[in-house]
Design a protein around this ligand. Structure first.
Ligand code: PTJ
Length: 272
């Protein structure tokens, strides 16, 4: 990783070229690199200033998690991917942080599972919505929902800007993937009868506890792992795949998964 002045960013952090020289041997190199991606996303207008603080909160939980995907998270990733593949109308809800971290993989996942992508921002501005849309299009997204006037439907009982959704997207969806979400909207979506899949590094957050399936992992690791699971499932013959996916979803227990994720963090604190 060198500071060559150019900013080459293809949405995959392994190929990300940071502004500042981060010695590859630095013990926190990967974490510093991810920070850079967020700061870069902020400078490009994709990430809200508050998004940098939100990243700091996530980073603290990731540190406790040992900055790797736990076996519990892997289990949730398999259940989440199966639920999305089994659904009739899956939608991926994206915000600034997510796009700064994994725009390319989001587009790939949407293609693989046949999901729509909808921009849904807490700190909504028309400028940021449009920049996020362009960033996703740069990686091959054909249709981005929820931008400007297309977010014309309203989630009942919700006060924040997140209440505005696309009638052709989240409003109509049976399953919604919500990385870095706030608890209010997760609860509201569940109340509307949707299956909510969250990616949240905090196993105690309201989002984590209200979602049907919560992946306690960094979105930057979880999304590529979801892509790998889809590929593996797609190798199976259709009938067998459906059977396997239904079983995975049926056997998944979110409450248990969250408790076990928390004990991984506890174990890491004790061990350090
Ligand atoms: O782009 P906008 O306008 O929609 O704004 C997005 C932010 C992120 C600012 C907004 O959603 C927000 O304030 O989020 P929170 O409530 O601070 O953070 C949501 C959760 O995401 C917290 O529990 C964090 O621990 C968690 N989190 C942060 N970074 C990651 C993460 N979870 C998974 N992967 C991450 N990289």
């Amino acid at each position: 990783m060198t500071n060559n002045g150019d900013h080459i960013y293809d949405g995959d952090y392994s190929n990300y070229n940071p502004h500042f020289h981060i010695p590859p041997t630095h013990p926190r190199a990967q974490s510093l690199l991810i920070r850079e991606m967020l700061v870069d996303g902020y400078r490009k207008g994709l990430v809200a200033s508050e998004g940098l603080i939100a990243h700091g909160r996530g980073e603290a939980f990731d540190y406790l998690l040992g900055e790797k995907t736990s076996s519990m998270a892997q289990c949730a990733i398999e259940a989440a991917t199966s639920a999305l593949l089994l659904s009739k109308f899956p939608v991926i809800s994206v915000n600034g942080n997510l796009v700064a971290l994994c725009a390319k993989n989001i587009v790939e996942l949407s293609h693989l599972i046949g999901a729509k992508i909808e921009v849904n921002l807490f700190y909504r501005t028309i400028k940021r919505e449009s920049l996020i849309k362009k960033e996703l299009e740069r990686f091959g997204a054909k249709e981005i929902l929820g931008v400007t006037s297309s977010a014309s439907a309203v989630i009942p009982e919700l006060q924040s800007e997140r209440r505005r959704v696309d009638p052709k997207g989240i409003m109509k969806a049976d399953t919604v993937l919500v990385p870095l979400e706030d608890g209010d909207r997760t609860e509201a979506l569940v109340k509307m009868g949707k299956i909510v899949v969250a990616i949240d590094l905090n196993p105690g957050s309201r989002t984590a506890r209200s979602a049907n399936i919560t992946i306690v992992d960094n979105a930057i690791r979880a999304i590529p792992k979801m892509i790998m699971v889809v590929r593996k499932l797609k190798d199976l013959e259709r009938k067998q795949r459906e059977m396997v996916m239904k079983r995975i979803v049926k056997e998944y227990d979110n409450h248990k998964n969250l408790i076990e994720s928390l004990s991984v963090m506890r174990g890491n604190i004790k061990g350090s």
